[in-house]
Design a protein around this ligand. Structure first.
Ligand code: BGC
Length: 299
């Protein structure tokens, strides 16, 4: 059985694992994102040792990054992870690991994993959103990934939902990411009087407990996500909108208020066939999709 290493480089954590071709996880781990290159090397060494111990033959390494790839070069990542912006990350790590390395956008890989093993299995038309430090997206149209000419699109977190709106890391303002990412949520929470630096899961649990600042911040979050999703439904009329990211795993009904707002705002006709559901693979989707890429899985 062939195995692959999958790594998902997020703005807050790096998640990783050894995965077989059927999507089964044999070993997994998580580290806080700090010095990305050093951590990637340490993870590759750790997983190499685990594979050797278990006698697994690893075919290659797949990596998801919060950026677009221009061939081999990481681009558009400056606001998320300036350390890897402009690097030919694949060849650098390939030399270190002495294994083939493939890299793609993190959200595209999460979408790929949900399509192969999760909530989008068997579907042909799907909008996938991941809500984390940033907001990422993947589109499946007529059974294939649609990410624009030479893969430069699919940036669903940068559709505009407010004018002029808050400045966004991409250089524009009013983007969905600037208003509905977990980073934005934590800022809204602090603005409403909550503790600065609280993470999304904590804010959501305080919302469920009825805390005022958390209720204000979560209502803002639900309203902007619902509004962005309504536009995406009007354009793509997908079978499903799938929402992933750590906050969706917090328990409680996170999707319900987003679904209600999106369906209130979308045209009834475009939304008639659309379900809005949480992702099934949680924070493992990114590294599972990255591993699938090693096995030649494409949309
Ligand atoms: C980036 C996307 C990425 C998303 C989630 C956004 O800021 O532009 O490329 O997929 O964050 O990490």
């Amino acid at each position: 059985m062939p195995y692959a290493i999958g790594i998902d480089v997020g703005g807050t954590n790096i998640k990783y694992g050894i995965v077989d071709a059927g999507g089964e996880i044999l070993h997994e781990g998580l580290r806080a994102t700090a010095r990305v290159l050093d951590e990637l090397k340490a993870i590759i060494t750790e997983l190499g040792e685990v594979a050797a111990l278990k006698g697994l033959s690893v075919e290659g390494i797949g990596i998801g990054v919060p950026a677009l790839m221009d061939g081999e070069v990481v681009t558009g990542c400056g606001a998320n992870l300036p350390e890897i912006e402009g690097l030919a990350l694949g060849s650098m790590l390939q030399r270190y690991a002495r294994l083939p390395v493939v890299i793609d956008n993190d959200a595209s890989l999460m979408g790929l994993a949900e399509l192969r093993f999760g909530a989008a299995k068997g579907l042909t038309d799907v909008v996938f959103l991941t809500v984390g430090t940033g907001v990422g997206g993947a589109l499946v149209v007529n059974g294939g990934l649609y990410s624009g000419y030479r893969g430069r699109g699919g940036e669903l977190g940068h559709i505009r939902v407010a004018f002029p709106g808050r400045p966004c890391g991409c250089g524009a303002s009013g983007c969905l990411e600037a208003h509905a990412s977990v980073k934005a949520l934590s800022r809204d929470y602090a603005d409403a009087g909550g503790n600065a630096g609280s993470d999304g899961r904590l804010i959501f649990s305080r919302y469920l407990a009825g805390e005022d600042a958390a209720v204000v911040a979560m209502h803002h979050h639900f309203a902007y996500l619902g509004s962005g999703i309504a536009s995406l439904i009007n354009i793509f009329s997908p079978q499903k909108v799938i929402i992933g990211g750590g906050i969706t795993e917090a328990g409680g009904d996170y999707i319900g208020p987003i679904r209600q707002e999106a369906l209130r705002l979308a045209m009834k006709e475009t939304a008639a066939q659309t379900l809005i559901e949480p992702a099934l693979l949680g924070n493992k989707a990114g590294f599972l999709g990255a591993a699938a890429l090693v096995f030649g899985e494409v949309f």
